[in-house]
Design a binder for this molecule. Structure first.
Ligand SMILES: *Cc1c(COP(=O)(O)O)cnc(C)c1O
Length: 374
C-alpha cells in the first residue's frame, strides 16, 4: 500500500469482530488470562495495549521500519532511546537541535556520563574531526530547528559507517516527505505531538527501529518506566494520521506562498525555508517536499515583538505541525535553554521568528502577517 492509503487504512485492530472502522480505545489497564501460563498477548497496559499496538504498527509502516514504540511525548521517546547507550559514549548532534533535546542531553551528561558534541552534521569535515572510538551515534534533525539547515543523511551514514548509529528526528518532514531509513538511518524519532497528531491537542512520541535488539531493549525500558502512550491518546494520533498526507501537502503549499511573500517584505531581512531555491539543501534528493516550517528575521527586536502581539488568525504559541498556523519566538520559547553564546553563534537572535504554517486559507494568513508587520 502507498503512503497516502496507509495513512487512511494502516491502523488495524487485530481483534476486530464488529467491523468497526476505527480502532477502539481499549481503556483497560489489565487483561484476564485464559489459563495458567497463557496470555491473550496482553497482560498489563504498561507493557502493551491493543490501541497503542495498532498505532505502533501504523507508524512503523509509514516510516518503512520494522518496529515502532509510542511514547507519552517526543522527549520521553528520546529519553528511552538514550537508554541504549553506556556511560562514556559520545553522541554527535546537529548544532541547532530542538531546545528540549539539548536540555535532556545536558541532564544526561551530568547524571549518566554520556557526552554530546554539537556540530554542523552536514559537514563531512566536522564529522570526521569529531569521530572517536567513543562515538556511538549521530543525532540529526533535518531540516533543523529553527535555522532550517539540511543534513545529507546518506553522506552522514557513509562517513560514520555501520557501527555508529544514525538517529534522525523526522518530526519536521514526516514520512510523507522524508523516509530516513532509505538513506541509512538506524533509528527514526518523532514528536507525534506535531504533524502526526496534527491538531495541537495531544502529546505523543515515537521511536522506529530495524534492529530487533534495539527494539527489545527499548520495550524493556518502556515496560520498566511506563512511558508508553495512553489508549485514548493512541486513538487520537491514529485519527490524526488519517489526514497526515493531506495536511502536509496543504500546509506546504501555504508555506511556499508565505515564504515567497515574506522574501519581498521591507521589514523582513532573511527568510529560511528549504523550499526556496536559494536555500542550501533545496535540491537534496532525500526529501520529496520541503515541509511547512519557516524561520525569518526581521529588522529589529521591536518589529519581532510587534508581530507577535498583532497576529490574530495566526496564534503566538509554542509547538508546530498542527492545522493552526503558529508563530514562535525561539529566543524566549523553544531555545531558551541554550546558552547565549551558542544562540548567537547559531543565529537565534532577538529578531528571529518561526512560523509553523497550518492549513488555513493562504490569503488570510498573508493578510494577517501583512498587518502584523506594517
Ligand atoms: C517538539 C519536538 C520534540 C519534543 O517532542 P514533545 O512531544 O514536545 O516531547 C522533539 N523534536 C522536535 C524537532 C520537536 O519539534
Amino acid at each position: 500500500m502507498k503512503l497516502e492509503s496507509l495513512c487512511v487504512h494502516g491502523a488495524k485492530d487485530k481483534n476486530n469482530q464488529t467491523g468497526s472502522l476505527a480502532v477502539p480505545i481499549y481503556q483497560s489497564a489489565t487483561f484476564a488470562h485464559p489459563a495458567v501460563g497463557q496470555s491473550t498477548g496482553y497482560d498489563y497496559a504498561r507493557v502493551q495495549n491493543p490501541t497503542r499496538e495498532a498505532l505502533e504498527a501504523l507508524v512503523a509502516a509509514l516510516e518503512g521500519g520494522q518496529h515502532a514504540l509510542a511514547f507519552s511525548c517526543g522527549m520521553s521517546a528520546l529519553d528511552a532511546l538514550m537508554g541504549l547507550f553506556e556511560p562514556g559514549d559520545r553522541i554527535l548532534c546537529t548544532d541547532d537541535l530542538y531546545g528540549g533535546s539539548v536540555r535532556l542531553f545536558n541532564a544526561l551528561e551530568k547524571r549518566v556520563g554520556l557526552s554530546f558534541d554539537y556540530l554542523d552534521t552536514n559537514s563531512e569535515k566536522e564529522l570526521l574531526a569529531a569521530l572517536s572510538p567513543q562515538t556511538k551515534a549521530v543525532f540529526v534533525e533535518t531540516p533543523s530547528n529553527p535555522m532550517m539547515k539540511v543534513t545529507d543523511l546518506a553522506m552522514v551514514k557513509r562517513v560514520i559507517g555501520p557501527n555508529v548509529k544514525l538517529i534522525v528526528d523526522n518530526t519536521f518532514l514526516t514520512p510523507v516527505f522524508q523516509k530516513p531509513f532509505d538513506f541509512g538511518a538506524d533509528v527514526v524519532l518523532h514528536s507525534g505531538t506535531k504533524y502526526l497528531g496534527g491538531h495541537n491537542d495531544t502529546l505523543a512520541g515515537f521511536l522506529v527501529t530495524n534492529d530487533p535488539k534495539d527494539d527489545e531493549k527499548l520495550r524493556y525500558i518502556t515496560k520498566t518506566v511506563g512511558s508508553g502512550l495512553s489508549p485514548f491518546d493512541s486513538f487520537l494520533i491514529i485519527r490524526g494520521i488519517k489526514t497526515l498526507a493531506l495536511r502536509m501537502y496543504k500546509s506546504q503549499r501555504n508555506a511556499l506562498a508565505i515564504a515567497q511573500w515574506l522574501s519581498s517584505q521591507p521589514k523582513v531581512t532573511k527568510v529560511l525555508y528549504p523550499g526556496l531555491p536559494a536555500h542550501p539543501g533545496y535540491d537534496l534528493p532525500q526529501a520529496t517536499g520541503h515541509g511547512a516550517m519557516i524561520s525569518f528575521e526581521v529588522d529589529s527586536p521591536e518589529t519581532a515583538t510587534m508581530a507577535l502581539e498583532r497576529v490574530s488568525t495566526i496564534l503566538y504559541a509554542e509547538s508546530l505541525g498542527g492545522v493552526e498556523t503558529l508563530i514562535t519566538y525561539p529566543l524566549l520559547q523553544t531555545h531558551a535553554d541554550l546558552s547565549e553564546d551558542i544562540r548567537n553563534a547559531l543565529g537565534i537572535t532577538d529578531r528571529l521568528l518561526r512560523l509553523s504554517v497550518g492549513v488555513e486559507d493562504q490569503e488570510d494568513l498573508i493578510n494577517d502577517l501583512s498587518q502584523a508587520l506594517k
